[in-house]
Design a protein around this ligand. Structure first.
Ligand code: URA
Length: 260
């Protein structure tokens, strides 16, 4: 039921204002339902109602990506879905940047500075992330930045399993509407959440993953790089992989790379 609600909400954000269970809407030329990946080769049994997902036909798609993001933000509201709202957080930190971004950076959770300003990655780690983004040849406002968890865990402790489970659907919806070409997962929590893996970032990084129609590239979290600058070189290799996927020129200058 949760998945169904999430699915319908997603279409609503895209501007769909109705669905139909009318069988005449069900199959269109070239349609491939998920239950029939061969593309409709199996005849439909008239006795068996098609799953609702296959009948959810968009009626109109009117909203812009920016409007869809606003709808997600409005849906989060002043969130009380998990215990973090009782543990000292000041505000929800949603996401920042271009709704049209080709590249999206996903971190873990807001820290103290982000909690105060309501913007992800504005503290020390954020300054390094901004340098990394600029080193890649982007302005910060050309990319999109978000976190798995939208509220600050007290004392910057690690996000807990129930908090991730509650909050991750909002990140998935941000990804669905922005549809970046590349997602850079910053650190263990982002990479593990997106890849549904328990492996450490050191094992996950160094390769590309196909993920929800985009390419996902795990790399070290900027906070880790501040503590362990020796790993910046590997992080820069990951960022160059992202540029390669985007078909962008790879800056050669070490001054503009996070390895500097
Ligand atoms: N670390 C994160 O993972 N996200 C932020 O927004 C800030 C620091």
């Amino acid at each position: 039921m949760d998945q169904l609600i999430e699915h319908l909400r997603f279409f609503k954000e895209l501007g769909v204002d109705g669905i139909s269970r009318d069988a005449a809407w069900r199959r269109r030329d070239g349609d491939r339902s998920r239950s029939d990946p061969a593309g409709g080769a199996t005849p439909a049994d008239p006795e068996v109602p098609a799953p609702l997902e296959a009948t959810a036909v968009p009626v109109t798609v009117a909203r812009s990506v920016a409007e869809a993001l606003t709808a997600i933000r409005d849906d989060i509201g002043d969130c009380t879905r998990c215990k973090l709202h009782t543990q000292g957080r000041q505000q929800v930190v949603f996401g920042v940047g271009s709704p049209e971004a080709d590249i999206m950076f996903v971190g873990e959770a807001p820290g103290a500075d982000e909690d105060t300003q309501g913007v992800p990655f504005v503290g020390r780690a954020g300054q390094l992330l901004t340098k990394m983004i600029e080193g890649m040849g982007f302005r910060r406002d050309e990319v999109y930045i978000a976190n798995v968890i939208k509220c600050r865990p007290p004392g910057n402790r690690n996000p807990e399993r129930d908090e991730i489970a509650t909050c991750q659907p909002f990140l998935f919806r941000q990804i669905e509407v922005i549809q970046p070409k590349v997602i850079v997962a910053l650190g263990t929590f982002a990479a593990q959440t997106l890849l549904e893996s328990d492996a450490p970032i050191s094992k996950l990084r160094g390769q590309l993953y196909q993920y929800r129609g985009t390419t996902l590239i795990p790399t070290f979290h900027p906070s880790f790089l501040l503590r362990s600058p020796g790993y910046k070189r590997e992080a820069w290799e990951d960022l160059k992989r992202a540029l390669g996927v985007l078909g962008r020129r790879i800056p050669a200058s070490p001054q503009s790379s996070p390895a500097s």
